[in-house]
Design a protein around this ligand. Structure first.
Ligand code: FBP
Length: 548
């Protein structure tokens, strides 16, 4: 296979780790833990894995001899830069415990465990993928591991391969399922430990003990590079407003981090839209006013960042989507029988007056997307809604009205972009390469110590890697009860952007200046070799969160 010069050079990179992981490790136990909320309910559901202490690794002079162990790994959900390094860290870690240990990868996500599709990951395979992006070493998938049948089916293959520990590398839902699996295997004395690792570019799996999910750093840097390039283009041509949607599902962490890196004219934050109960018209009016202000200074160009989940956070849209989901769940066949030309009118007629008015205000394309694209659970797939087009079009219409009223006298032309897949499989930044390898190595230490129901944790990551703190956090500690598909379930609490958190406050304090001025910052591409202040910077979000 032909490799790029960077790939060849990058293969030789030795990820940096916390000092405690280089030699023998001693585990220090913290106090017993509680779940973040609903303690009684969560405790009842996890009698074997609730209340365990946090764990912190420290250097030790004592060498422990452990028997060889077989470990299984699963990559779950969307790709995130650094996943291969987690697996490399696990591999090197368990070989360090005992050279006879083996790693098996389950193929194409959790489904591989249930369907018994696996591959032994030998040193040759691992070496091929060190410091590379993507999940292609074993593939990933979105099968949810949640039923007893799946757990039992999985146990058959784990027993057959003599696998004593399973590492699930995933987001909040996958780690919730890892915790349920850990509890189940502990309850039936299956002899299989389950360890989780925090993955997702969305950055919404974090809490006091998990500083960030891996992949967020690299993905944001890739998007910021490209947005910076667009900003420079728009500042050169001075004729376009660029509407840029960014992945991130519900949370706006990616949009916020990119805004902190590139200082755009406007960045919408879904969590703020919800808190202020803004309507679509409020958002459009705000953007149009900013466009008019810049136009008054002769600047008919700008950049607008839009988080992927925005639409769901606009209260009126949320209500409309909920009614549509409900209505179509019961009238899908009737709707399908309506001729295409009459479908929008049919929907309008059958909605409550308030939602019908919101529906009628949408551009036709978006209105259609809301009626057509539904997932297997009957929900609108909001990520498919082209919010960037919707806003560009509605701002254009609003400016035309303002022009008629003599409130605007500029030129408005827009370009739209959606960045998501461009960053999910990028070669991990040094931060993610180091962080992921350390998370994997940490998982191997947890396995060696016989732990289950823990998530790998590596903290203090704004300091040099040697000072990072590795350990394990009981997954039950991150849980609360939430309504899912009409039932109360224990789940890891998703971390949305906090409006009283330092990253948002910094953004809010500067955004008016950025809106009127042209204060773009051009981060440029990720650098893998060179001075540490260029190559080893964590995200601005993390630095601000840690008061740096
Ligand atoms: P995960 O939470 O699984 O890491 O998903 C990340 C993500 O990239 C989201 O930002 C995005 O909404 C989603 O995956 C898209 O997934 P898919 O490509 O499977 O449609």
């Amino acid at each position: 296979m032909t490799k790029s010069a960077l790939q060849v050079a990058r293969a030789a990179y030795k990820p940096k780790m916390p000092k405690a992981l280089y030699g023998n490790v001693k585990i220090e136990e913290g106090a017993p833990t509680q779940s973040v909320a609903n303690q009684d309910e969560v405790k009842k559901l996890f009698p074997n894995t609730y209340g365990m202490p946090t764990l912190r690794f420290v250097e030790s002079s004592e060498k422990v001899n452990l028997p060889a162990i077989n470990v299984g790994v699963i990559l779950s959900g969307g790709q995130a830069p650094g996943g291969h390094n987690v697996i490399a860290g696990i591999f090197d870690g368990i070989k360090n415990l005992n050279a006879g240990s083996k790693v098996y990868g389950f193929l194409m996500g959790p489904g591989g465990l249930v369907d018994h599709k696996y591959q032994e990951l030998t040193a040759d395979i691992i070496d091929e993928y060190r410091n590379t992006g993507g999940f292609d070493m074993i593939g990933s998938g979105r099968t949810k591991l949640e039923t007893k049948e799946q757990f039992d089916k999985g146990l058959e293959i784990l027993k057959k391969l003599d696998i004593k520990a399973l590492v699930i590398i995933g987001g909040d839902d996958s780690n919730t399922n890892a915790c349920v699996l850990a509890e189940y295997y502990a309850a039936i004395n299956a002899g299989v430990q389950v360890i989780g690792c925090p993955k997702t570019i969305d950055g919404d799996l974090k809490n006091e003990m998990i500083e960030t999910s891996f992949g967020f750093d690299t993905a944001c840097k890739v998007y910021s590079e490209v947005i910076g390039n667009i900003e420079r283009d728009c500042n050169s041509a001075r004729k376009y407003w660029h509407f840029i949607k960014l992945m991130g599902r519900s949370a706006s962490h990616i949009a916020l981090e990119c805004a902190l890196q590139v200082q755009p004219n406007i960045c919408l934050i879904s969590e703020e839209v919800e808190a202020k109960k803004l309507s679509l018209d409020d958002i459009v009016t705000d953007i149009a006013n900013a466009v008019a202000k810049r136009a008054a200074n002769g600047n008919n160009f700008g950049t607008v960042l839009i988080p992927e989940g925005l639409i769901e956070f606009i209260p009126a849209m949320k209500a409309l989507i909920a009614e549509l989901n409900d209505y179509l769940a019961h009238h899908q066949e009737e709707f399908n029988a309506v001729p295409k030309a009459e479908q929008l009118a049919y929907i309008k007629k059958n909605l409550s007056a308030e939602n019908a008015a919101v529906f009628a205000s949408l551009p036709e394309g978006v209105a259609r997307q809301l009626t057509l694209d539904r997932d297997p659970h009957g929900n609108v797939q909001v990520s498919l809604i082209e919010t960037e087009k919707l806003l560009a079009e509605m701002v254009g219409n609003k400016l035309a009205e303002m022009k008629k009223a003599g409130q605007y006298n500029g030129k408005f032309a827009s370009q739209v972009h959606f960045f998501g897949y461009e960053g999910r499989c990028a070669a991990p930044s040094n931060y993610d390469a180091d962080y992921c390898y350390s998370l994997g190595y940490t998982a191997s230490v947890l396995i060696g110590a016989g732990k289950t129901g823990y998530m790998s944790s590596v903290r203090n990551t704004t300091a040099p890697a040697a000072e990072w703190v590795a350990g394990g956090i009981p997954i039950t500690m991150m849980m609360n009860m939430e309504r899912r598909h009409g039932e109360m379930k224990p789940v890891i609490r998703k971390a949305l952007v906090e409006l009283d958190g330092a990253p948002f406050k910094y953004f809010a304090a500067n955004r008016d200046k950025w809106a009127v001025g042209t204060e773009y910052v051009y981060p440029g591409p990720i650098q893998y070799f060179g001075p540490t202040e260029v190559c080893d910077q964590p995200t601005i979000t993390l630095k601000l969160e840690q008061g740096k």
